[in-house]
Ligand binder design. Structure first.
Ligand code: BG6
Length: 477
Protein backbone atom coordinates (compact mmCIF):
# COMPACT_ATOMS: atom_id res chain seq x y z
CA UNK A 1 0.00 0.00 0.00
CA UNK A 2 1.21 3.51 -0.72
CA UNK A 3 0.64 6.43 1.59
CA UNK A 4 -1.01 8.54 -1.07
CA UNK A 5 -3.79 8.32 -3.62
CA UNK A 6 -3.88 9.54 -7.17
CA UNK A 7 -6.30 12.32 -8.12
CA UNK A 8 -9.91 11.37 -8.69
CA UNK A 9 -10.55 10.73 -12.38
CA UNK A 10 -6.87 9.99 -13.05
CA UNK A 11 -6.65 8.49 -16.54
CA UNK A 12 -5.00 5.09 -16.12
CA UNK A 13 -4.49 3.14 -19.30
CA UNK A 14 -2.12 2.16 -22.07
CA UNK A 15 -0.73 3.51 -25.33
CA UNK A 16 -0.28 2.03 -28.78
CA UNK A 17 0.40 3.45 -32.23
CA UNK A 18 -1.32 2.64 -35.53
CA UNK A 19 1.86 1.62 -37.34
CA UNK A 20 3.01 -0.71 -34.56
CA UNK A 21 -0.31 -2.41 -33.84
CA UNK A 22 -2.77 -2.28 -36.72
CA UNK A 23 -1.27 -4.16 -39.67
CA UNK A 24 -3.75 -4.22 -42.57
CA UNK A 25 -1.26 -1.92 -44.20
CA UNK A 26 -3.06 -1.64 -47.53
CA UNK A 27 -6.56 -2.58 -46.41
CA UNK A 28 -9.61 -0.35 -46.48
CA UNK A 29 -7.96 1.90 -49.05
CA UNK A 30 -4.99 2.82 -46.85
CA UNK A 31 -1.93 4.21 -48.63
CA UNK A 32 1.67 3.30 -47.99
CA UNK A 33 3.36 5.12 -45.09
CA UNK A 34 6.99 5.68 -44.17
CA UNK A 35 6.95 2.98 -41.49
CA UNK A 36 5.70 0.46 -44.07
CA UNK A 37 9.11 0.87 -45.72
CA UNK A 38 11.13 0.03 -42.63
CA UNK A 39 12.27 -3.57 -42.60
CA UNK A 40 13.77 -5.40 -39.64
CA UNK A 41 17.51 -6.03 -39.78
CA UNK A 42 20.47 -4.11 -41.13
CA UNK A 43 18.77 -1.62 -43.43
CA UNK A 44 16.35 -0.38 -40.77
CA UNK A 45 18.67 2.10 -39.08
CA UNK A 46 19.92 3.64 -42.35
CA UNK A 47 16.32 4.13 -43.49
CA UNK A 48 15.16 5.47 -40.11
CA UNK A 49 17.86 8.12 -40.08
CA UNK A 50 17.12 9.22 -43.64
CA UNK A 51 20.43 8.00 -45.05
CA UNK A 52 18.97 5.31 -47.31
CA UNK A 53 16.16 6.08 -49.72
CA UNK A 54 13.53 3.37 -50.15
CA UNK A 55 10.13 4.26 -51.58
CA UNK A 56 8.67 0.80 -52.06
CA UNK A 57 9.04 -2.49 -50.16
CA UNK A 58 12.15 -4.42 -51.23
CA UNK A 59 12.26 -8.06 -52.26
CA UNK A 60 13.55 -10.36 -49.51
CA UNK A 61 13.03 -7.92 -46.63
CA UNK A 62 10.58 -8.42 -43.74
CA UNK A 63 8.35 -5.45 -42.92
CA UNK A 64 6.83 -5.82 -39.46
CA UNK A 65 4.25 -3.02 -39.79
CA UNK A 66 2.46 -4.78 -42.64
CA UNK A 67 0.72 -7.19 -40.33
CA UNK A 68 1.93 -5.95 -36.91
CA UNK A 69 -0.38 -7.58 -34.31
CA UNK A 70 -3.42 -7.26 -36.56
CA UNK A 71 -5.20 -4.80 -34.30
CA UNK A 72 -6.99 -3.74 -37.50
CA UNK A 73 -9.05 -6.96 -37.32
CA UNK A 74 -8.72 -7.82 -33.65
CA UNK A 75 -9.37 -4.49 -31.96
CA UNK A 76 -12.56 -5.75 -30.31
CA UNK A 77 -10.79 -8.58 -28.56
CA UNK A 78 -7.91 -6.30 -27.54
CA UNK A 79 -10.10 -3.49 -26.23
CA UNK A 80 -12.13 -6.03 -24.24
CA UNK A 81 -8.89 -7.09 -22.54
CA UNK A 82 -7.99 -3.47 -21.80
CA UNK A 83 -11.46 -3.03 -20.33
CA UNK A 84 -10.92 -6.11 -18.17
CA UNK A 85 -7.87 -4.36 -16.69
CA UNK A 86 -10.11 -1.40 -15.95
CA UNK A 87 -8.55 1.06 -18.42
CA UNK A 88 -9.92 4.58 -18.21
CA UNK A 89 -8.00 5.69 -21.31
CA UNK A 90 -6.48 4.20 -24.42
CA UNK A 91 -3.92 6.25 -26.28
CA UNK A 92 -3.76 5.38 -29.96
CA UNK A 93 -2.90 7.12 -33.17
CA UNK A 94 -4.75 7.58 -36.42
CA UNK A 95 -2.88 6.57 -39.53
CA UNK A 96 -2.92 9.63 -41.81
CA UNK A 97 -2.77 7.36 -44.86
CA UNK A 98 -5.98 5.54 -43.86
CA UNK A 99 -7.80 8.86 -44.05
CA UNK A 100 -5.87 10.44 -46.94
CA UNK A 101 -4.08 7.55 -48.69
CA UNK A 102 -1.76 9.88 -50.59
CA UNK A 103 -1.90 12.73 -48.13
CA UNK A 104 -2.70 15.54 -50.59
CA UNK A 105 -6.27 14.63 -51.59
CA UNK A 106 -9.09 16.98 -50.75
CA UNK A 107 -11.62 14.32 -49.87
CA UNK A 108 -11.01 11.69 -47.20
CA UNK A 109 -11.32 7.94 -47.53
CA UNK A 110 -14.58 6.89 -45.89
CA UNK A 111 -13.44 3.35 -45.08
CA UNK A 112 -10.54 4.73 -43.04
CA UNK A 113 -12.78 7.13 -41.16
CA UNK A 114 -15.25 4.36 -40.43
CA UNK A 115 -12.52 2.14 -39.00
CA UNK A 116 -11.64 4.68 -36.31
CA UNK A 117 -15.32 5.35 -35.62
CA UNK A 118 -15.65 1.65 -34.86
CA UNK A 119 -12.53 1.62 -32.67
CA UNK A 120 -13.61 4.69 -30.68
CA UNK A 121 -17.14 3.30 -30.25
CA UNK A 122 -15.66 0.10 -28.91
CA UNK A 123 -13.59 2.06 -26.38
CA UNK A 124 -16.51 4.24 -25.31
CA UNK A 125 -18.69 1.15 -24.85
CA UNK A 126 -16.44 0.30 -21.88
CA UNK A 127 -16.05 3.87 -20.66
CA UNK A 128 -12.51 4.08 -22.04
CA UNK A 129 -11.51 7.58 -23.21
CA UNK A 130 -9.65 7.54 -26.51
CA UNK A 131 -6.53 9.74 -26.34
CA UNK A 132 -5.58 10.32 -29.94
CA UNK A 133 -2.26 11.26 -31.57
CA UNK A 134 -2.67 12.73 -35.04
CA UNK A 135 0.71 11.54 -36.31
CA UNK A 136 2.77 8.83 -34.70
CA UNK A 137 5.78 8.19 -36.94
CA UNK A 138 3.88 7.66 -40.21
CA UNK A 139 3.80 10.02 -43.16
CA UNK A 140 2.05 8.96 -46.40
CA UNK A 141 4.85 7.91 -48.77
CA UNK A 142 3.36 9.93 -51.64
CA UNK A 143 4.10 13.10 -49.66
CA UNK A 144 7.71 12.01 -49.19
CA UNK A 145 8.25 11.16 -52.85
CA UNK A 146 6.40 14.10 -54.34
CA UNK A 147 7.13 16.92 -51.91
CA UNK A 148 10.13 15.84 -49.85
CA UNK A 149 7.86 15.45 -46.81
CA UNK A 150 8.11 18.03 -43.99
CA UNK A 151 10.98 19.91 -45.60
CA UNK A 152 8.22 21.32 -47.84
CA UNK A 153 5.86 23.94 -46.47
CA UNK A 154 2.99 22.44 -48.49
CA UNK A 155 2.78 19.70 -45.87
CA UNK A 156 1.38 22.25 -43.43
CA UNK A 157 -1.84 22.71 -45.39
CA UNK A 158 -2.17 18.98 -46.18
CA UNK A 159 -1.87 18.31 -42.48
CA UNK A 160 -4.36 21.05 -41.63
CA UNK A 161 -6.91 19.45 -43.93
CA UNK A 162 -6.26 16.07 -42.30
CA UNK A 163 -6.52 17.44 -38.77
CA UNK A 164 -9.74 19.40 -39.35
CA UNK A 165 -11.33 16.40 -41.09
CA UNK A 166 -10.51 14.30 -38.05
CA UNK A 167 -11.74 16.83 -35.49
CA UNK A 168 -15.04 17.31 -37.32
CA UNK A 169 -15.62 13.60 -37.63
CA UNK A 170 -14.75 12.58 -34.06
CA UNK A 171 -15.75 15.70 -32.14
CA UNK A 172 -18.30 13.85 -30.04
CA UNK A 173 -16.09 10.84 -29.35
CA UNK A 174 -12.59 12.13 -28.61
CA UNK A 175 -11.73 14.79 -26.03
CA UNK A 176 -7.98 14.26 -25.61
CA UNK A 177 -5.65 14.88 -28.54
CA UNK A 178 -1.96 15.20 -29.33
CA UNK A 179 -0.40 16.57 -32.50
CA UNK A 180 2.98 14.91 -33.25
CA UNK A 181 4.33 11.95 -31.32
CA UNK A 182 7.77 12.64 -29.84
CA UNK A 183 8.23 15.70 -32.01
CA UNK A 184 11.89 15.96 -30.99
CA UNK A 185 12.53 12.56 -32.67
CA UNK A 186 12.87 14.53 -35.89
CA UNK A 187 16.43 15.36 -34.80
CA UNK A 188 17.39 11.76 -34.03
CA UNK A 189 15.51 9.59 -36.53
CA UNK A 190 14.49 12.09 -39.23
CA UNK A 191 12.74 9.56 -41.49
CA UNK A 192 10.70 8.13 -38.62
CA UNK A 193 10.00 11.54 -37.14
CA UNK A 194 9.31 13.51 -40.30
CA UNK A 195 9.76 11.40 -43.45
CA UNK A 196 13.05 13.14 -44.25
CA UNK A 197 15.52 11.54 -46.65
CA UNK A 198 18.82 13.30 -47.30
CA UNK A 199 20.89 13.51 -50.44
CA UNK A 200 24.70 13.40 -50.36
CA UNK A 201 26.15 16.70 -49.25
CA UNK A 202 22.90 18.26 -48.04
CA UNK A 203 22.95 20.35 -44.86
CA UNK A 204 20.95 18.03 -42.64
CA UNK A 205 20.61 20.41 -39.74
CA UNK A 206 19.19 23.12 -41.99
CA UNK A 207 16.61 20.71 -43.42
CA UNK A 208 15.71 19.31 -40.01
CA UNK A 209 15.05 22.68 -38.43
CA UNK A 210 13.12 23.90 -41.46
CA UNK A 211 10.99 20.75 -41.24
CA UNK A 212 10.62 21.37 -37.50
CA UNK A 213 9.31 24.86 -38.24
CA UNK A 214 6.71 23.38 -40.56
CA UNK A 215 5.64 20.80 -37.98
CA UNK A 216 5.40 23.50 -35.34
CA UNK A 217 3.16 25.59 -37.61
CA UNK A 218 1.06 22.53 -38.40
CA UNK A 219 0.78 21.77 -34.70
CA UNK A 220 -0.36 25.33 -33.94
CA UNK A 221 -2.97 25.18 -36.71
CA UNK A 222 -4.25 21.87 -35.36
CA UNK A 223 -4.49 23.27 -31.83
CA UNK A 224 -6.50 26.24 -33.09
CA UNK A 225 -8.79 24.05 -35.18
CA UNK A 226 -9.32 21.65 -32.30
CA UNK A 227 -10.28 24.48 -29.94
CA UNK A 228 -12.74 25.85 -32.50
CA UNK A 229 -14.32 22.55 -33.50
CA UNK A 230 -14.29 20.79 -30.10
CA UNK A 231 -14.35 23.51 -27.42
CA UNK A 232 -14.44 21.00 -24.57
CA UNK A 233 -11.38 19.05 -25.81
CA UNK A 234 -7.79 19.28 -24.63
CA UNK A 235 -4.94 19.07 -27.07
CA UNK A 236 -1.31 18.59 -26.15
CA UNK A 237 2.17 18.23 -27.55
CA UNK A 238 4.25 15.11 -27.11
CA UNK A 239 7.91 15.04 -26.09
CA UNK A 240 10.33 12.12 -25.94
CA UNK A 241 11.22 13.04 -22.38
CA UNK A 242 13.96 12.17 -19.93
CA UNK A 243 16.16 14.56 -17.99
CA UNK A 244 19.82 14.86 -19.01
CA UNK A 245 22.25 14.67 -16.11
CA UNK A 246 25.68 16.30 -16.11
CA UNK A 247 28.35 13.63 -15.72
CA UNK A 248 30.11 15.70 -13.03
CA UNK A 249 29.49 18.97 -11.20
CA UNK A 250 31.99 20.77 -13.45
CA UNK A 251 30.23 23.88 -14.80
CA UNK A 252 31.08 22.83 -18.36
CA UNK A 253 29.23 19.55 -17.83
CA UNK A 254 26.28 21.35 -16.26
CA UNK A 255 26.03 23.68 -19.24
CA UNK A 256 26.35 20.80 -21.68
CA UNK A 257 23.51 18.95 -19.97
CA UNK A 258 21.36 22.08 -20.10
CA UNK A 259 22.05 22.44 -23.82
CA UNK A 260 21.21 18.80 -24.40
CA UNK A 261 17.86 19.19 -22.66
CA UNK A 262 17.16 22.37 -24.60
CA UNK A 263 17.64 20.45 -27.85
CA UNK A 264 14.40 18.65 -26.94
CA UNK A 265 12.70 21.46 -25.00
CA UNK A 266 13.04 23.68 -28.07
CA UNK A 267 9.97 22.04 -29.62
CA UNK A 268 7.87 22.16 -26.49
CA UNK A 269 8.96 25.71 -25.70
CA UNK A 270 7.47 26.76 -29.03
CA UNK A 271 4.36 24.59 -28.72
CA UNK A 272 3.66 25.61 -25.15
CA UNK A 273 4.97 29.17 -24.88
CA UNK A 274 4.22 30.15 -28.46
CA UNK A 275 7.56 31.55 -29.54
CA UNK A 276 11.08 30.61 -30.50
CA UNK A 277 13.30 30.77 -27.40
CA UNK A 278 16.37 33.00 -27.39
CA UNK A 279 18.77 30.07 -27.12
CA UNK A 280 17.33 28.63 -30.38
CA UNK A 281 17.96 31.88 -32.22
CA UNK A 282 21.55 31.82 -31.04
CA UNK A 283 21.90 28.16 -32.07
CA UNK A 284 20.63 28.97 -35.56
CA UNK A 285 23.06 31.89 -35.83
CA UNK A 286 26.05 29.91 -34.55
CA UNK A 287 25.31 27.09 -36.97
CA UNK A 288 24.54 29.39 -39.92
CA UNK A 289 20.99 28.07 -40.21
CA UNK A 290 18.44 30.20 -41.92
CA UNK A 291 14.87 29.19 -41.07
CA UNK A 292 12.47 30.50 -43.69
CA UNK A 293 9.43 32.05 -42.10
CA UNK A 294 6.48 33.85 -43.60
CA UNK A 295 4.51 36.82 -42.35
CA UNK A 296 1.98 35.57 -39.84
CA UNK A 297 4.02 32.56 -38.67
CA UNK A 298 4.98 34.13 -35.36
CA UNK A 299 1.40 35.18 -34.71
CA UNK A 300 0.17 31.67 -35.49
CA UNK A 301 2.65 30.04 -33.09
CA UNK A 302 1.56 32.49 -30.42
CA UNK A 303 -2.12 31.65 -30.76
CA UNK A 304 -1.84 27.88 -31.20
CA UNK A 305 -0.37 26.87 -27.84
CA UNK A 306 -1.13 23.49 -26.29
CA UNK A 307 -3.27 22.74 -23.25
CA UNK A 308 -1.08 20.07 -21.72
CA UNK A 309 2.36 18.53 -22.02
CA UNK A 310 2.26 14.91 -23.13
CA UNK A 311 5.53 13.03 -22.82
CA UNK A 312 7.15 9.64 -22.86
CA UNK A 313 9.63 8.56 -20.23
CA UNK A 314 11.79 5.45 -20.42
CA UNK A 315 14.92 6.61 -18.62
CA UNK A 316 17.26 9.52 -18.00
CA UNK A 317 20.30 10.52 -20.06
CA UNK A 318 23.77 11.77 -19.16
CA UNK A 319 26.32 13.90 -20.93
CA UNK A 320 29.70 15.53 -20.47
CA UNK A 321 31.85 18.20 -22.00
CA UNK A 322 34.89 15.96 -21.78
CA UNK A 323 35.62 14.16 -25.10
CA UNK A 324 37.14 11.23 -23.18
CA UNK A 325 33.94 10.68 -21.19
CA UNK A 326 31.85 11.11 -24.32
CA UNK A 327 33.55 8.00 -25.69
CA UNK A 328 31.46 6.03 -23.19
CA UNK A 329 28.27 6.69 -25.09
CA UNK A 330 26.01 3.69 -24.64
CA UNK A 331 24.58 2.06 -27.72
CA UNK A 332 21.07 0.69 -27.95
CA UNK A 333 19.14 3.88 -27.34
CA UNK A 334 18.00 6.40 -29.90
CA UNK A 335 19.10 9.12 -27.48
CA UNK A 336 22.85 8.80 -27.20
CA UNK A 337 23.85 8.95 -23.55
CA UNK A 338 26.99 8.56 -21.52
CA UNK A 339 26.76 5.44 -19.35
CA UNK A 340 25.50 6.37 -15.90
CA UNK A 341 27.36 4.16 -13.39
CA UNK A 342 24.54 4.48 -10.85
CA UNK A 343 21.89 2.95 -13.06
CA UNK A 344 20.93 -0.52 -14.22
CA UNK A 345 20.07 -1.08 -17.86
CA UNK A 346 17.35 -2.97 -19.69
CA UNK A 347 18.22 -5.86 -22.00
CA UNK A 348 18.29 -3.30 -24.82
CA UNK A 349 20.74 -1.05 -22.97
CA UNK A 350 18.21 1.61 -21.92
CA UNK A 351 18.97 3.08 -18.48
CA UNK A 352 16.38 2.37 -15.78
CA UNK A 353 15.82 5.36 -13.53
CA UNK A 354 12.58 5.79 -11.60
CA UNK A 355 13.89 8.79 -9.68
CA UNK A 356 14.64 10.38 -13.04
CA UNK A 357 10.93 10.07 -13.81
CA UNK A 358 10.08 12.17 -10.74
CA UNK A 359 12.80 14.63 -11.73
CA UNK A 360 11.48 14.85 -15.30
CA UNK A 361 7.89 15.43 -14.11
CA UNK A 362 9.06 18.23 -11.83
CA UNK A 363 11.29 19.74 -14.47
CA UNK A 364 8.53 19.86 -17.08
CA UNK A 365 5.96 21.26 -14.68
CA UNK A 366 8.37 23.91 -13.37
CA UNK A 367 9.10 24.94 -16.93
CA UNK A 368 5.60 25.04 -18.41
CA UNK A 369 3.14 25.24 -15.51
CA UNK A 370 0.65 23.21 -17.51
CA UNK A 371 -0.80 19.80 -16.68
CA UNK A 372 1.34 16.87 -17.76
CA UNK A 373 0.12 13.64 -19.32
CA UNK A 374 2.45 10.64 -19.11
CA UNK A 375 1.56 8.98 -22.38
CA UNK A 376 4.38 6.39 -22.54
CA UNK A 377 6.48 4.54 -20.00
CA UNK A 378 7.48 0.91 -19.70
CA UNK A 379 10.10 -1.79 -19.95
CA UNK A 380 10.93 -3.57 -23.20
CA UNK A 381 11.96 -7.08 -22.19
CA UNK A 382 12.14 -10.67 -23.41
CA UNK A 383 9.33 -12.83 -22.00
CA UNK A 384 9.47 -16.60 -21.57
CA UNK A 385 6.31 -18.65 -21.74
CA UNK A 386 6.24 -21.54 -19.22
CA UNK A 387 5.10 -25.01 -20.35
CA UNK A 388 1.78 -24.17 -18.67
CA UNK A 389 1.47 -21.16 -20.95
CA UNK A 390 2.10 -18.58 -18.21
CA UNK A 391 4.33 -15.49 -18.28
CA UNK A 392 5.85 -14.44 -14.97
CA UNK A 393 7.06 -10.96 -15.82
CA UNK A 394 8.10 -9.85 -12.35
CA UNK A 395 10.86 -7.64 -13.86
CA UNK A 396 8.20 -5.63 -15.67
CA UNK A 397 6.09 -5.30 -12.54
CA UNK A 398 9.18 -4.16 -10.61
CA UNK A 399 9.96 -1.49 -13.24
CA UNK A 400 6.40 -0.21 -13.40
CA UNK A 401 5.85 -0.29 -9.65
CA UNK A 402 8.86 1.97 -9.08
CA UNK A 403 7.86 4.33 -11.85
CA UNK A 404 4.24 4.64 -10.78
CA UNK A 405 5.45 5.32 -7.22
CA UNK A 406 7.84 8.00 -8.55
CA UNK A 407 4.93 9.58 -10.43
CA UNK A 408 2.91 9.53 -7.19
CA UNK A 409 5.77 11.36 -5.47
CA UNK A 410 5.83 13.94 -8.25
CA UNK A 411 2.11 14.53 -7.75
CA UNK A 412 2.80 15.09 -4.07
CA UNK A 413 5.56 17.50 -5.11
CA UNK A 414 2.75 19.55 -6.60
CA UNK A 415 2.93 18.41 -10.21
CA UNK A 416 -0.43 18.20 -11.98
CA UNK A 417 -0.71 14.98 -13.97
CA UNK A 418 -3.80 14.06 -16.00
CA UNK A 419 -3.07 10.40 -16.49
CA UNK A 420 -0.68 7.58 -17.20
CA UNK A 421 -0.88 5.41 -20.30
CA UNK A 422 1.96 2.90 -20.16
CA UNK A 423 3.53 1.92 -23.45
CA UNK A 424 2.41 -1.17 -25.32
CA UNK A 425 -0.16 -2.65 -22.89
CA UNK A 426 -0.33 -5.43 -25.45
CA UNK A 427 2.91 -6.58 -27.14
CA UNK A 428 3.45 -4.64 -30.38
CA UNK A 429 6.25 -4.09 -32.89
CA UNK A 430 9.23 -2.15 -31.52
CA UNK A 431 9.65 1.24 -33.17
CA UNK A 432 13.44 1.32 -33.01
CA UNK A 433 14.31 -2.27 -33.92
CA UNK A 434 11.15 -3.65 -35.54
CA UNK A 435 11.31 -6.66 -33.23
CA UNK A 436 8.37 -8.41 -31.55
CA UNK A 437 10.76 -9.85 -28.99
CA UNK A 438 11.09 -6.48 -27.28
CA UNK A 439 7.85 -6.71 -25.36
CA UNK A 440 6.17 -4.11 -23.15
CA UNK A 441 2.75 -5.71 -22.74
CA UNK A 442 0.51 -6.89 -19.95
CA UNK A 443 -0.94 -9.02 -22.73
CA UNK A 444 1.31 -11.44 -24.57
CA UNK A 445 0.97 -11.81 -28.34
CA UNK A 446 2.15 -15.09 -29.79
CA UNK A 447 4.25 -13.78 -32.65
CA UNK A 448 8.03 -13.75 -33.17
CA UNK A 449 10.52 -11.46 -34.91
CA UNK A 450 10.06 -13.27 -38.22
CA UNK A 451 6.29 -13.02 -38.17
CA UNK A 452 5.67 -16.61 -37.03
CA UNK A 453 3.02 -17.42 -34.41
CA UNK A 454 -0.74 -17.74 -34.04
CA UNK A 455 -1.10 -14.20 -32.70
CA UNK A 456 -3.17 -15.47 -29.81
CA UNK A 457 -3.42 -13.11 -26.86
CA UNK A 458 -2.77 -14.19 -23.25
CA UNK A 459 -2.60 -12.44 -19.89
CA UNK A 460 0.80 -12.04 -18.23
CA UNK A 461 1.30 -11.76 -14.47
CA UNK A 462 1.58 -7.97 -14.89
CA UNK A 463 -1.97 -7.96 -16.31
CA UNK A 464 -3.38 -8.81 -12.87
CA UNK A 465 -0.97 -6.43 -11.15
CA UNK A 466 -1.99 -3.44 -13.30
CA UNK A 467 -5.65 -4.30 -12.87
CA UNK A 468 -5.20 -3.94 -9.10
CA UNK A 469 -3.29 -0.69 -9.50
CA UNK A 470 -6.14 0.80 -11.48
CA UNK A 471 -8.87 -0.60 -9.23
CA UNK A 472 -7.16 0.91 -6.17
CA UNK A 473 -6.39 4.18 -8.02
CA UNK A 474 -2.70 3.64 -7.44
CA UNK A 475 -2.85 2.71 -3.77
CA UNK A 476 -1.95 -0.95 -4.27
CA UNK A 477 1.37 -1.11 -6.03
C1 BG6 B 1 8.76 5.83 -28.23
C2 BG6 B 1 7.74 5.76 -29.33
O1 BG6 B 1 9.92 6.32 -28.80
O2 BG6 B 1 9.19 4.68 -27.61
C3 BG6 B 1 7.08 4.42 -29.51
O3 BG6 B 1 6.79 6.80 -29.26
C4 BG6 B 1 8.08 3.33 -29.22
O4 BG6 B 1 6.53 4.37 -30.79
C5 BG6 B 1 8.52 3.45 -27.77
O5 BG6 B 1 7.60 2.05 -29.50
C6 BG6 B 1 9.45 2.34 -27.30
O6 BG6 B 1 10.51 2.20 -28.19
P1 BG6 B 1 10.85 0.79 -28.82
O7 BG6 B 1 11.90 1.07 -29.80
O8 BG6 B 1 11.32 -0.04 -27.68
O9 BG6 B 1 9.60 0.29 -29.44
Amino acid sequence: MTNFTFPKGFLWGGAIAANQAEGGYLEGGKGLTTVDLMPTGKKRWAIATGSLESFSPLEGEFYPSHEAIDFYHRYKEDIALFAEMGFKALRLSISWARIFPKGDEEQPNEAGLQFYDDVFDECLKYGIQPVVTLVHFDVPVHLVETYGSWRNRKLVSFFENYATTIFKRYKDKVKYWMTFNEINMLLHLPFIGAGLVFKEGENRLQIQYQAAHHQLLASALAVKACHEIIPDAKIGCMLAGGATYPYTCHPDDIFKAMEKDRESFFFIDVQSRGEYPGYAKRFFKDNHLNIEMEAGDEELLKTGTVDYIGFSYYGSRATSDDPEILKQISSGNVFASVENPYLEKSEWGWPIDAKGFRITCNQLYDRYQKPLFVVENGLGAVDEVTPEGEIHDDYRIAYLRKHVAAMGEAIQDGVEILGYTSWGPIDIVSASTGEMKKRYGYIYVDKDNDGRGKMERSRKKSFYWYKEVIASNGEKL
